[in-house]
Design a protein around this ligand. Structure first.
Ligand SMILES: NC(=O)c1ccc[n+]([C@@H]2O[C@H](COP(=O)([O-])OP(=O)(O)OC[C@H]3O[C@@H](n4cnc5c(N)ncnc54)[C@H](O)[C@@H]3O)[C@@H](O)[C@H]2O)c1
Length: 328
């Protein structure tokens, strides 16, 4: 089986490409390298360019007529940037995806796996969500994901397109074989900040200690990026058995972890412990949520193999080797 991975030079797409290779599926990568890294495409057929570039997409399919499905991970993903530049984000993520799907359909490609996000869900009182929970995206970035899902559903209702939207929770870790990981040297998510605090010998700042969670800090569903990647392999092998022209599946562990708990685990895994300092909530933050996992188990026969300690260990290992793998 051969699969086109748009955004395959990014953090998640490159890990999906490695998981495909390990499973005997041949990836082809299309990526503009706006944030992705060419080092992550080594050994894989790679087309550098934008998903909006029709002639380029036509060339990919002319040279790989046996592409079975497309995994669409290409997007701009930084929430504050999307607030500052909504036009650019809608253009890249929404218009870009619309044009890309038109190029795919023109080339007879009708199976689309879309990287969506748990950021589209409305906050729920018990902090859990499933695929039928109401959505209420809170940032332009999250709204681009919700708009794409709705747009793909309309297109699928009118023609041959079949779409699987995978709503990722909070990816952590790196490829356990250290082929790929986060390209950013200073990631802004909680685990990235913990690694930075450790390296700089300063306290980690817990932003918000009055959320309605068991210890007042925000809660997330941290899922190992390799587990996310293997879910895509499962989705490829089961795609034609999915129930509808449009399917949505949440990808998380099913367990919520608070920021304080994450720090506790970090300090058990790390050789240098990090202290905590408490601060007020940041604008735009939410209490967070974790997923119910029944649908992923039922439709993909998938469940995560790695736990949070593995994710922390692999993130630390990646942080230590990143500069050798990705020279500046
Ligand atoms: N990282 C997360 O926490 C997270 C959570 C939920 C969903 N997602 C989604 O997963 C997908 C992958 O995210 P990531 O964390 O790997 O980000 P990333 O920035 O590492 O990867 C995105 C990749 O897409 C490429 N790209 C962007 N726009 C493009 C375009 N118009 N044409 C061609 N290539 C383009 C970039 O160069 C990059 O390689 C995104 O769609 C993102 O919205 C990510």
């Amino acid at each position: 089986m051969k699969v086109l991975i748009a955004g395959g030079a990014g953090y998640i797409g490159s890990t999906v490409a490695s998981a495909c290779l390990d499973a005997g599926i041949a990836p082809v990568i299309l990526d503009s390298l706006v944030t992705g890294r060419p080092e992550f495409t080594t050994g894989t057929p790679f087309y550098q360019g934008d998903i909006r570039d029709g002639p380029l997409v036509d060339r990919v399919f002319a040279e790989h007529p046996d592409i079975y499905a497309v995994i669409h991970c290409a997007a701009l993903i930084v929430v504050p940037d999307s607030v500052a530049d909504p036009l650019g984000y809608y253009r890249a993520n929404v218009t870009g995806s619309l044009e890309f799907v038109a190029h795919l359909l023109r080339n007879g490609c009708e199976r689309l796996i879309f990287s969506s996000s748990a950021a589209i869900y409305q906050a729920s009182e018990d902090l859990t969500v499933d695929e039928d929970s109401p959505i209420d995206p809170q940032s332009p970035y999250a709204r681009t994901k919700a708009v794409c899902e709705a747009m793909f559903a309309d297109i699928a209702a009118a023609g041959p397109l079949r779409v699987l939207s995978l709503r990722y929770f909070n990816p952590i870790g790196a490829d356990p074989k250290m082929r790929t990981g986060l390209a950013l040297r200073l990631p802004t998510h909680a685990l990235g900040k913990m690694i930075q605090a450790r390296d700089e010998g300063v306290p980690f700042v817990i932003t918000g200690t009055d959320w309605p969670t068991r210890d007042g800090s925000g809660i997330r569903d941290y899922v190992h990026v390799w587990d996310l990647a293997t879910a895509h392999v499962a989705a490829l092998t089961r795609f034609d058995a999915l129930p509808g022209p449009v399917t949505v599946i949440n990808l998380g562990t099913g367990a919520g972890t608070t920021v304080r708990e994450l720090l506790g685990m970090f300090n058990r895994v790390s050789d240098r412990p990090v202290e905590a300092r408490e601060a007020a909530r940041r604008p735009g933050d939410t209490a967070g949520a974790y997923t119910r996992t029944d649908r992923a188990r039922r439709l993909l026969a998938w469940q995560p193999q790695y736990d949070i300690a593995d994710g922390i260990r692999h993130s630390l290992q990646w942080a230590a080797s990143r500069d050798d793998i990705l020279p500046a």
